[in-house]
Design a protein around this ligand. Sequence first.
Ligand code: GLU
Length: 485
Amino acid sequence: MEIRTRFAPSPTGYMHIGNLRTALYEYLIAKSQNGKFILRIEDTDQERFVEGATEIIYNTLNMTGLKHDEGPDIGGEYGPYIQSQRMGMYMDYAKELIKKGHAYYCFCTKERLDTLKSSNEKGDAFSKYDRHCLTLSQEEIQKNLDAGMPFVIRQKMPTEGTTTFHDVVYGDITVENAELDDQILMKADGFPTYNFANVVDDHFMKITHVVRGSEYLSSTPKYNLLYDAFDWEAPVYVHLPAVMRDAHNKLSKRHGDKSFEDLINEGYLPEAVVNYIALLGWSPSDNKEIFSLKELEQCFNISGLSKSPSIFDIKKLTWLNGEYIKNMDAESFYILAENRLKNAIKNTTLDLKKIAVLLQKRLETLNDIPRLVDFFDALPEYSTDLYIHKKMKTTEEIALSSLKAALPVLENITDWTENNIHDALMSLVQTLGIKNGQLLWPVRTALSGEPTSPGGAMELADILGKEESLKRIKIGIEKLQNTLS
Ligand code: GLU
């Protein structure tokens, strides 16, 4: 049997990290078993419709490499893949359920339903429908329909017995049928609810594994009863625990947690995000942490899924992102960094490629770039405290004498290359009989005006050029003289 999974996002206008993780696991479950990964857009909730939202879904799948095999944009045997284009069939199947005695028309007004809610003793927002319309006679129903009265179609739940289903992550789950609400299948606007559409679509799209958030776990018995009512085979269920912000709260865009797009805008790489979220609820059989999508496709296994919720740890993602940046080849990194470098560095005489090489080892996210390279453009205001460095064994006095000694040596270099700068400074260290750091730290500090910088003294001097380097060293000397006088 071919494994078929589907990603069924509602176009909400952003890609929630939890949803992206669901998509990734759906993709991996399919691909690790040579199966198909299908994209279905669930746009039947007209109130939630957001312009441009489907583009975000396509873009995310594209950027992350989760390539679907069937979907609205590429077609497939079981389309249409947009729910609003499948409207006719939902009503037909709802009516079939009515015929079979598993569903019924309900003409209750909103006002009546509201009174049901307020009569709930516990004050719960949710209350069970009282089955007022279940006993309507055929004539009454026809009369109401002929009069054009708005209606919904409800699922008729069994009132006795239990329903059990198996979930791959959560195990066997059993509910008392008497607790199940006669949920709405078709809404008054003629659209199906998610609760109905997901069953009809998953069946006709031949989905073998339904992978989704655990918030759907409590409704799954109702879906199973629908499969039974139609005499359809239910899929394998894989419900995933929520991705959490902390021990008590789910990750939520409304509460300021980042979406996939936010992370990309903040300089995270799609590959790193995919790698990180793969580990949010799934553990490989070894302790490996860095996985390309291809590697995940090979080693992903449903048995590695966990039912304990995982906490989204931005620090861990940031670390992983840094690893991805470090491991890129220099050319690809430059392409990635170029725009940000150009925005941060206006001085067009500086060799951005050389800067990129230094930067690549230092970076955790692309958005660190401006902060780390600003000083190339203009020397920042800085305090001479920066010259004091315990490990380098420098004090302001040592820094001043080192800079004074370095100035003529650097002035003497005619061919300003990193090698020549290196040789000149290292032979000065010898002549002065001091430690490397006692010369190089002051020079680096004078050139950058920063407590840390991508690149050391020689690399910075090379990139800044002779004139600018000498100018900055003179400024350093002056600042130190002022402090020490
Ligand atoms: N449209 C639903 C959502 O975005 C999909 C749930 C499912 O995968 O069945 O939450």
